[in-house]
Design a protein around this ligand. Structure first.
Ligand SMILES: [Fe+2]
Ligand SMILES: [Fe+2]
Length: 159
């Protein structure tokens, strides 16, 4: 097929750009992080008004705060992608929903834990690449994600 030739040309070009590989990998990872932030914003906006039951009043208010913090994270990650010479993604991870209040909180908890794991990896990558301003920014974000995880665990009676 003619595309084989194009593929090998592209591979040769990639090999020539080896010095920028780690930066490209970081940009790719940050765009995955950004897509997770978009998903978090959507879920916190929707879940904060969808939780039903007096026992969920406090956490519903906290989810509204989480929503605004996730937006700040998204803006910061997009800024970092742009700074590194990449294009911030316009596509979020697929948001989830449940009619069950407890299930909504479980979805958010799973996502926060996944997000924390990924930011830890991104911090390691940033430091290995000498991108210390990025790792500093990510450390501020991950501290808030850990607070979100604690809020959700408390609401679910897991602490
Ligand atoms: Fe976030
Ligand atoms: Fe979060």
């Amino acid at each position: 097929m003619p595309s084989n030739k194009n593929n090998s040309t592209a591979k040769a070009a990639d090999a020539g750009a080896a010095s920028s590989t780690s930066r490209d990998e970081i940009i790719k990872g940050l765009n995955e992080d950004l897509a997770r932030e978009y998903k978090a914003i959507i879920q916190y906006v929707v879940f904060s008004v969808s939780l039903k039951g007096a026992e969920y009043n406090d956490i519903a208010d906290q989810l509204k705060l989480h929503a605004s913090q996730e937006l700040v994270h998204a803006l910061e990650i997009a800024r970092q992608v742009d700074y590194l010479g990449g294009k911030p993604t316009v596509t979020g991870k697929q948001a989830e929903f449940s009619n069950d209040s407890k299930k909504m909180l479980e979805i958010d908890l799973k996502d926060e834990q996944n997000t924390i794991t990924n930011y830890r990896e991104r911090i390691r990558e940033a430091e290995a690449a000498g991108e210390f301003a990025l790792s500093e920014a990510l450390r501020k974000i991950i501290a808030q994600e850990q607070d979100h995880e604690i809020d959700l665990k408390d609401a679910l009676g897991l602490r």
